[in-house]
Design a protein around this ligand. Structure first.
Ligand SMILES: Cc1ncc(COP(=O)(O)O)c(C=O)c1O
Length: 418
C-alpha cells in the first residue's frame, strides 16, 4: 500500500495522474486508518471536532458542513478521476448546478446548450433568472456561441455532452477556445459518461459537474453531486459557497458514493458494451424510427466521440424513437421485463423512461421538440446485466408496443382493417 501513499493521497493533487483509472478509482482518497490499519475508511458521523485551544482543532476538521473526513476522501477521489486539482461534493447534482450559478453576480449572462437535463433547464429559467442571471439556450452551440456572447456580461458557457436525452455531442475544445478568448468559463455536465469515459477538463473545460446520483455512485441509493476544477480561485469561491449555502451531502452518503466510485471503471465499461449491443439491436428493428447513440458509426457526432471519449466508447445511455407515437413509447416502457420504467440512470440496473412525459415534461413542447425530444422518444439507461438478455428484452417489448399499437389503430401489416 505504501506505493499508493504518494502521490494519490498527498495534496495538492496532481492534474496528470501517475496511475491509471482503475488504480485511482480504488485507491485515491482511500488511506488506511493510521491508528487501526483499517483498509476501509470509517463512517465519521460526528458533526463537530474537538479543539485543543480556541480555533485550534485537533485535526483538519472543525464542523461537519465546512469539511469532514468522508467528504474529503470522496472529493479527493473525484478530483483524481477527473484529472482535477480540486473537487467539491454537494447534496445533489442540482445543488452543484445551483452553487455554481450562485457564484455569478446579478446581471451575469450564461449561454447553454438547449437540451440540458430538465432540472437544469428549470433552474436556469425559473431560479437563476430570479437572481438576475439570464440564460440563452442554443441548439448548436459550436456554431452560435461567438454570436451569443454578450461583452462583459457572459460569464459561463454550460455544456452537456452527451446531452440528455438526445445524446448529441459538443466539441468541448472548440467551444472552450472561443469562450477563453472572451475570458468566459466553460462548465461541462459529464453525468452521462462518467469520468471513466470522458474527462472534460482535458478538453479545455474549466469545471466538470456530475450528478453523483448516477454513474459515480452507480447503485441508485445515493443522491449527491460534485464539481471538479483546477483553479485555486474557483476553489476558494466555490468552497466558500459550499459552506455558506450548506447544500452538502451526509457523511454516510459520501462513504457510500466513495464505495460505488471504486468500481466505476468496471461498471461504465460494461454499461457501454451493453449500450452498444442494445443500440445495434434497436437500429436493426423495423419498429424503430431512429436511434441516438454516440457509439454508432451513423451518429452525426461520431467524430467527436472518437476524439473526446475513452476508446470512442458510446456509454450506457441511448434514446430512440419508435413507431406508434407516445402510446407506443409508454407501452414499450411497461412491456420491458428487465428494464424498469423509472427516472434516473447510471445504476447497475437497466432503466427506461419517456422523457417527453417524465424527466423533460416541464419544458414547453415547442422547445422540447426543437431539441429532438418528441413524445415517441424513449430513453434507455443500460446497466450491467448481460447484453443478450437486454437485447432480447427490448426486442420483445418493441413487438408488444408497436404491434399492439398498430392493431389498436386498425393497421396490421400495413393494411388498414377499417
Ligand atoms: C445530466 C444531469 N445533470 C444533473 C442532474 C441532476 O442531478 P440530481 O438528481 O443528483 O440533482 C441530472 C439528474 O437526472 C442529470 O441527468
Amino acid at each position: 500500500m505504501a506505493d499508493f501513499e504518494h502521490p494519490i493521497n498527498t495534496p495538492p493533487r496532481a492534474p496528470s495522474p501517475v496511475h491509471r483509472f482503475g488504480t485511482l478509482a480504488v485507491h485515491a482518497g482511500a488511506p488506511h486508518d493510521p491508528v487501526t490499519g483499517a483498509v476501509i475508511e470509517s463512517i465519521s458521523l460526528s458533526t463537530t471536532f474537538a479543539q485543543t485551544s480556541v480555533g485550534k482543532p485537533v485535526g483538519k476538521h472543525e464542523y461537519i458542513r465546512s469539511s469532514n473526513p468522508n467528504r474529503e476522501n470522496f472529493e479527493a477521489a473525484v478530483a483524481a478521476l477527473e484529472h482535477a486539482r480540486f473537487a467539491l461534493a454537494f447534496a445533489s447534482g442540482s445543488a452543484t448546478t445551483a452553487t455554481i450559478l450562485q457564484s455569478l453576480a446579478a446581471g451575469s449572462h450564461v449561454v447553454s446548450v438547449s437540451d440540458v437535463y430538465g432540472g437544469t433547464h428549470r433552474y436556469f429559467t425559473k431560479v437563476a433568472s430570479a437572481h438576475g442571471v439570464q440564460v440563452t439556450f442554443s441548439p448548436s452551440i459550436e456554431v452560435d456561441v461567438e454570436g451569443l456572447i454578450r461583452p462583459n456580461e457572459t460569464k459561463l458557457i454550460w455544456i452537456e455532452s452527451p446531452s440528455n436525452p438526445t445524446l448529441s455531442l459538443v466539441d468541448i475544445r472548440a467551444v472552450a477556445r472561443i469562450a477563453h478568448q472572451h475570458g468566459i468559463m466553460v462548465v461541462v455536465d459529464n453525468t452521462f459518461l462518467s469520468p471513466y469515459i470522458q474527462n472534460p477538463l482535458d478538453h479545455g473545460a474549466d469545471i466538470v459537474v456530475h450528478s453523483v446520483t448516477k454513474y459515480i455512485n452507480g447503485h441508485s441509493d445515493v443522491l449527491m453531486g460534485a464539481a471538479a476544477f483546477n483553479s485555486p480561485t474557483l476553489h476558494t469561491r466555490l468552497s466558500f459557497l459550499q459552506n455558506a449555502i450548506g447544500a452538502v451531502p451526509s457523511a454516510f452518503d459520501c462513504w457510500l458514493a466513495h464505495r460505488g466510485l471504486k468500481t466505476l471503471h468496471l461498471r461504465a465499461r460494461e454499461a457501454s458494451r451493453n449500450g452498444l449491443a442494445v443500440a445495434h439491436a434497436l437500429d436493426a428493428s423495423p419498429h424503430v424510427i431512429a436511434v441516438n447513440y454516440p457509439g454508432l458509426a451513423s451518429h452525426p457526432h461520431r467524430a467527436i466521440a472518437q476524439k473526446q471519449h475513452r476508446d470512442g466508447m458510446g456509454g450506457g445511455m441511448l434514446s430512440f424513437r419508435l413507431k406508434g407515437g407516445k402510446e407506443a413509447a409508454e407501452r414499450f416502457c411497461q412491456a420491458t421485463r428487465i428494464f424498469t420504467l423509472a427516472e434516473s440512470l447510471g445504476g447497475v440496473e437497466s432503466l427506461v423512461e419517456v422523457p417527453g412525459s417524465m424527466t423533460h415534461a416541464g419544458i414547453p413542447r415547442e422547445q422540447r421538440e426543437a431539441a429532438g425530444v418528441f413524445d415517441d422518444l424513449v430513453r434507455v439507461s443500460c446497466g450491467v446485466e448481460d447484453a443478450e438478455d437486454l437485447k432480447a428484452d427490448v426486442l420483445q417489448a418493441l413487438e408488444k408496443a408497436v404491434v399492439v399499437s398498430k392493431i389498436q389503430n386498425g393497421v396490421v401489416n400495413g393494411v388498414s382493417s377499417t
